[in-house]
Design a protein around this ligand. Sequence first.
Ligand SMILES: [Zn+2]
Length: 264
Amino acid sequence: MNNRFFKILVLSLCFYCPLQSFAWGMYGHRIVGEIAESYLSKKAKKEIRKILGNESLAMASNWADFIKSDTSYRYLDTWHYVNFKKGLNCADFSAVLSVDTSVNAYTKINFLAGELKRQTLTNETKQMYLRLLIHFVGDIHQPLHVSPEGTTGGNDIKVTWFSQASNLHRVWDSHLVEYQQLSYTEHVKAINHTTRAQRDLLQNQPLCEWLFESYTLAQVLHDEITTPNPRLGYEYNFKHVATMNDQLLKGGVRLAGMLNEIFR
Ligand SMILES: [Zn+2]
């Protein structure tokens, strides 16, 4: 088989590959990025433009998933999520996080935010770190990326989304967002309404609280599936669409707060 033919074969087969977990899917990440962009300070906007050029936060937000196709970036795979023991309360949670040095979304968001404050990084490294940070802040607002032990982030929970075989994780990554049938800019227009006071509140919460919210939601979403392979559709959307929008909005507002703090 010649090389070109092989490449075409692999590419065409991949149209039929089930998408691996892409966290919020492309739309969700772009929504978070676009919301964040709307709350950037003048200074942050200027500094980010120096790093990303004409690339918007929305368009930078999926880079961390795109590079999964390149094996040299495999080491980033565990940066997209974080798992915790079951049944922790917020205080336990802070204690665990303060001593946790493992490679996960929490430790790496802290790492990236710290690194981006340094003046000495090359622009290429800054670009990579910024794209990663935008993505991972989005990821941890997808509740099932912050998993209590034993819930597998919903990956092992088989469900049928309308008539499509899927799993709970994928419902929250992509099905629910895509079901709204809005472009990411339309979606942002529909949900991005906040007051100064709401933004202040969200942006002043520590990272640990962002995670705790997702962790609590993840347990609820996991526990409410009580039958094998349930058919999820209209009712599931109706029940959860507000929570999903809330998580997307919080992700965007908090990301803006973090970037404004980094690029002061
Ligand atoms: Zn991700």
